[in-house]
Design a binder for this molecule. Structure first.
Ligand code: CDP
Ligand code: MG
Length: 860
């Protein structure tokens, strides 16, 4: 990034030209508006260099990207009213003055002060979207990108002009002037237009979240702003953050040599009383504790919404359905306002002004619907309902329970912004999403489990696990703050003050220091950043994970070393033609490579399906191994499942493809049979997973046809399963891309070998980078077969360390497809090359060994 100026841009074009170019007509239609505008701009710059200088002198601060006039917006009176209450609105003048006069501005203010919804509107009204450029806003979370785009479109009364784009989904259209997107999406755009010439302003929202892409974007934009200024097409950069640790950006001399102004939005925060528990519940108790606390609040405390923080989607659902059972929402007898249950099951309420028709009732009913309650439950005779719950039911009004987490569909998310139906209390059960990204109105009580789910990654083993951990002090305080937006509130912390003081860290460390960064490094390489180590990160990543990422990309052949003999982090590395193609697919580098090399023998549709299936995970309703009771019927069905899996894989190469063949067949079977609920149940498939896979597959297919510029319909539900040749090629493609995830069977110990076959323990496997031995999971279709050499998708820890998604490979493929991991020995001095009649070639004996544990392998 030292000086990514003209020469580098032409370097981009040079690399591009190595990539097979689509025919010109197709290329024309597939050009993004950004590319087209960048071509025009470059021409104009070249031709009018002197001229533009003159203009610059005459109108010093003129910005060709900004319209001359303010834009008049007519808002609905309801919007007018609610905007008026937001603290940021009274600061509009100060905010806009700072933006007009400075290239970079930092705005910080409490969550809910109106930054996300209002600042884009200020910019729009000031004409920043009516010149050549549009307004771009990045969000670290998909939920926020979608819901904020909708809100701003509604507030501006111009919903067509406000679009969103998340990784696989968006509603971008030619009228768009404001674009909300995830930070990953903008990072990808940088690879095709490093100067972001379609934007007049870029707003980086939620900078305090410190997501990897946000951090990288801030680093990049700090330089892009200077480059754009030099070219007379200034770009405004606005960084918005909650009141947390702004100094990481504001006072970082590496990022900004002139510190940007920080505008502090003082918002009215009502006092929140924080109540600590006397004792801290154990690991297994906090959900129960949260449930009890909610019940108590609902029963004993005055009106006001409740917001509960738990750690993940499953906990959200579990708690939601329990609360719905306890405080049924639909039941007319419990509803003071006199709602009644109709035959159709829809609720009608007197004097309540919202339309139930507007709710996606069928979708709600499907999984998180308002519970259907029969009399037995109400009377508390259900053995699972204890006496205390029965008392709550008798006393309390209904509860309007809503889930909120990042992958929840957008119409369901939208429900949290609406008022609860009269006569009921709103209770939102949320993950971290509600901490700062989304402000839920009317919350008076916050119940904080203090827990958060973090993905932890072990650099040595490559194992990644989700662990439920204590959040940080800053996080807990943000959560508490949610209770004081509209009036004084209460926060119930389900842990003691001693635990808070002693066990909570001050801040959650930035994501970039906590996870593998191969994907972001690839994106940066695609922008021709050769020495990542010199990049101005707000917080630099760990040196070791940088090294691992560089090595991984080198092994995938996505980059080439600049100085042979010197490691990539020291000498730098440059993106290869393959890497360039890989960087255009919105998936992890290993999957991107699978896509990039799948363009043969009609394999692309299979590879797309596989990537979708491997990403979604847990396609099957597997048998439980936790010793819990299983009904006869369930057990029978699982017996059937494992038989079916065996039948699916067949013999030969399709069998070697193992669990991946099972995935392909399962998705194919569901396609063929229309993926109905009955079909899925009958075959132990999770309907939701099937739907997700099909959706993801379509999105990937679209992405691929965009990149390859082919209009070919890739996904045909009637595609037959892969044949022998295709199965073999798929296996080899996967091998090339998963690299080191190979394990070799170890012989039984002598003791085991003496036991009769059926009492013998299962074989253990030796992997490349792990000292501990690993096992094939009983759910794998290759569990019984125990092949000599296996390839697996990943390791996970259960009672033992297990391989997930296992395939069988031939050892001689390893030196052929993964030479980068092998050491080749010179042919034996005495062994002369000889003519092999069978193959008709001269053969020279060459032996190879693989990686750390030095397995001898046959020559390729
Ligand atoms: O970004 P910041 O946290 O400062 O605030 P915001 O997200 O702009 O929210 C401002 C207000 O708009 C809050 O009171 C939200 O509840 C409200 N809002 C809404 O009513 N509906 C939406 N879809 C989004 C926000
Ligand atoms: Mg916000």
């Amino acid at each position: 990034i030292s000086e990514p100026d003209e020469p580098r841009l032409s370097a981009v074009r040079r690399v591009d030209s190595e990539v097979p170019q689509p025919s010109s007509t197709v290329a024309e239609t597939h050009r993004t508006p950004a590319e087209i505008s960048s071509v025009k701009l470059e021409d104009r710059e070249r031709g009018l260099e002197v001229h533009s200088d003159v203009i610059l002198k005459k109108e010093k601060s003129a910005n060709p990207f900004r319209g001359k006039h303010n834009v008049l917006v007519e808002r609905l009176s309801e919007v007018h009213e609610s905007r008026g209450k937001l603290p940021v609105v009274s600061e509009e003048q100060a905010v806009m003055e700072a933006i007009n006069e400075n290239p970079v501005v930092i705005i910080c203010g409490e969550t809910g002060s109106g930054k996300t919804t209002q600042v884009p509107q200020f910019l729009y009204e000031a004409g920043y979207a009516s010149g050549n450029g549009i307004i771009g806003i990045t969000e670290p979370r998909r939920v926020a990108a979608i819901s904020m785009a909708k809100r701003v479109g509604y507030e501006l009364n111009r919903s067509q002009e406000v679009s969103y784009q998340i990784r696989y989904e968006g509603n971008v259209n030619p009228k768009m002037r404001i674009k909300f997107m995830t930070d990953g999406v903008l990072t990808r755009e940088l690879a095709s237009d490093f100067l972001l010439q379609r934007y007049s302003v870029v707003v980086i929202d939620e900078a305090h979240e410190r997501s990897v892409y946000t951090d990288v974007l801030i680093g990049l934009l700090s330089r892009i702003v200077i480059l754009r200024e030099k070219r007379g097409i200034p770009l405004k950069l606005i960084i918005m953050s909650a009141t947390l640790r702004v100094e990481d950006f504001a006072e970082n001399k590496l990022l900004f040599s002139v510190p940007p102004p920080v505008i502090q939005i003082d918002s009215r925060q009502f006092p929140v009383s924080v109540h600590f528990n006397k004792r801290t519940p154990t690991e297994g108790e906090y959900l129960e504790e949260a449930y009890k606390k909610i019940c108590k609040i609902h029963k004993e405390l005055p009106a006001g919404g409740i917001l509960v923080f738990v750690t993940g989607q499953q906990e959200v659902h579990a708690l939601c359905s329990r609360l719905r059972e306890t405080f049924p929402f639909r039941e007319s007898r419990r509803c003071p306002s006199g709602s009644q249950v109709e035959e159709t099951g829809k609720t009608k309420m007197k004097g309540v002004k919202f339309k139930l028709d507007a709710y996606p009732v069928s979708a709600l009913d499907e999984e998180e619907g308002i519970a259907h309650v029969d009399d037995e439950d109400l009377l508390g005779t259900d053995p699972s309902t204890n006496a205390r719950e029965a008392t709550f039911q008798a006393a309390a009004e209904p509860m309007y329970v809503l889930p909120l987490y990042s992958l929840l569909s957008s119409d369901k998310q939208a429900l949290v912004f609406q008022a609860a139906p009269e006569g009921s209390r709103k209770c939102v059960v949320a993950t971290n999403v509600a901490e700062t990204s989304i402000t839920i109105p009317d919350i008076k009580y916050v119940v904080d489990t203090g827990k958060t789910k973090m993905k932890l990654y072990d650099r040595n083993t490559g194992l990644s696990t989700f662990r439920v951990m204590w959040t940080s002090k800053a996080g807990a305080n943000q959560r508490a703050g949610r209770a004081g937006r509209t009036s004084a509130g209460h926060c119930y912390r389900l842990y003691s003050s001693a635990v808070f003081n002693d066990n909570f860290s001050q801040f959650t460390p930035p994501e970039i220091t906590r996870r593998p960064i191969d994907d972001i490094v690839l994106q940066m390489k695609a922008m021709n950043i050769e020495k990542i180590i010199n990049f101005p990160f707000p917080s630099p990543p760990n040196r070791e994970s940088l090294m691992v990422a560089e090595e991984e990309l080198l092994a995938l052949e996505a980059v080439k070393l600049l100085k042979p003999g010197k490691s990539a982090e020291v000498g730098g590395s440059r993106i290869s033609a393959l890497g360039k193609i890989m960087s255009s697919f919105p998936v992890a580098p290993k999957f991107a490579k699978m896509l990039a090399i799948s363009n043969q023998q009609g394999l692309t549709p299979y590879v797309i399906t596989l990537i979708a299936a491997l990403t979604v995970q847990e396609l099957f309703v597997e048998s439980w191994n936790d010793g819990s009771e299983q009904s006869e019927e369930v057990r029978k069905r699982h017996g059937y499942l494992s038989q079916m899996k065996k039948r699916w894989i067949g013999t030969g190469y399709t069998k070697m493809l193992g669990d991946l063949m099972v995935l392909l067949k399962a998705v194919g079977a569901a396609d063929f049979n229309g993926a109905t609920e009955e079909y899925c149940k009958e075959h132990c498939l999770r309907l939701k997973a099937i739907r997700e896979i099909r959706q993801l597959r379509q999105q990937l297919a679209n992405a691929v046809s965009l990149v390859t510029a082919s209009d070919e319909v890739l996904i045909n539900p009637q595609t037959p399963p892969p044949n022998e040749l295709q199965a073999k090629l798929i296996l080899q493609i996967v091998l090339c891309c998963l690299g080191k995830k190979i394990a070799r069977k170890l012989p039984h110990s002598v003791v085991d070998a003496n036991k009769p076959e059926k009492h013998r323990l299962k074989h253990s496997y030796q992997t490349q980078n792990l000292e501990q031995l690993v096992y094939i999971h009983p759910n794998s279709v290759l569990f019984q077969d125990e092949p000599e050499y296996i390839l697996y998708q990943e390791l996970f820890e259960g009672k033992k360390i297990y391989c997930r998604n296992v395939m069988e490979i031939r050892p001689e493929w390893i030196p052929k497809f993964l030479p980068q991991y092998c050491t080749f020995e010179k042919p034996d001095e005495t062994a002369e090359p000889f003519f092999d009649e069978k193959s008709g070639t001269v053969v020279c004996q060459l032996s190879s060994t693989f990686g750390a544990h030095a397995w001898p392998l046959p020559a390729a």
